[in-house]
Design a protein around this ligand. Structure first.
Ligand code: ADP
Ligand code: ADP
Length: 221
């Protein structure tokens, strides 16, 4: 089942008098239970594509669908609602809050939802990424790999359909990177989510169910 889809997506940026076409008509989809890895050189349009898939930005032309519904013309508020309920992010820019414990960091994106007990799910997710004995640690008491696992647990708190990861192994050594990828693969199966991971790291290709190569705003395969 396709959870998120771009059809013939074009993205242009205006930079002074110059127009940059970052995506030149891209078709992309991600299905439940699969990890799609997007690889390509710097400037090839990976972040732009991830922003469209994550409903953080809208295409200049083309169509965006979530669960088969066309969301291209959704308002900002409607897109925010779609994002909250459907999409988890592990972006390097979205840091953990230093004053909060691991559990509180994981709970944070669910605070607006008062209908469910989110602490239980937060603790469960942390246990499943091997941090059951680190629940009350703050980020600076955790290693880089552990912090990344907290970020992954946080991205899953609202039971998203799709998890978007920008360089999930970015700041980690190779062994820690592999541990994270093993955990992502397991969580993908358990939660039946789609994962879209953007990277330069060839190591991620071993874990991908499908690889999408972007070159200069065009998908090569
Ligand atoms: P990647 O993530 O593969 O490095 P990006 O999607 O960040 O590629 O960038 C693709 C192209 O679009 C690049 O030429 C970049 O300079 C340009 N670009 C990205 N974001 C903007 C922006 N906000 N304004 C102008 N140009 C941008
Ligand atoms: P890794 O090799 O996974 O990155 P580290 O060698 O950085 O792990 O850390 C090993 C252990 O030490 C971890 O379990 C972590 O909880 C603990 N630790 C790391 N940094 C700190 C810190 N600043 N304060 C307290 N404990 C820490």
């Amino acid at each position: 089942m396709t959870v998120v889809e771009l059809e013939d997506a074009v993205k242009r940026y205006q930079s002074g008098r110059e127009t940059i076409e970052a995506l030149k008509g891209v078709d992309f989809r991600a299905e439940r239970g699969e990890m799609v890895t997007v690889i390509g050189p710097s400037g090839s349009g990976k972040s732009t594509m991830l922003n469209l898939v994550g409903l953080l930005d809208t295409p200049t032309e083309g169509t965006v669908r979530v669960d088969g519904r066309d969301v291209t013309d959704f308002t900002e508020d409607e897109l925010t609602e779609e994002r909250r309920s459907g999409i988890g992010f592990v972006f390097q820019a979205f840091h953990l809050l230093p004053m909060l414990t691991a559990t509180e960091n994981v709970e944070l994106p669910s605070m607006w939802d008062t209908t469910r007990d989110r602490r239980e799910r937060a603790v469960d997710l942390l246990q499943r990424v091997g941090l059951g004995d680190r629940l009350d640690h703050t980020p600076n008491q955790l290693s880089g790999g552990q912090q990344q696992r907290v970020a992954i647990a946080r991205a899953l708190i609202n039971e998203p359909k799709v998890l978007l990861a920008d360089e999930p192994t970015g700041n980690l050594d190779q062994d820690t990177g592999r541990t994270i990828l093993d955990e992502l693969t397991r969580l993908k199966e358990e939660e039946r989510i789609a994962i879209v991971a953007v990277t330069h790291d060839e190591q991620l290709l071993d874990y991908a169910d499908r690889v999408v190569r972007l070159v200069d705003g065009v998908i090569q395969e």
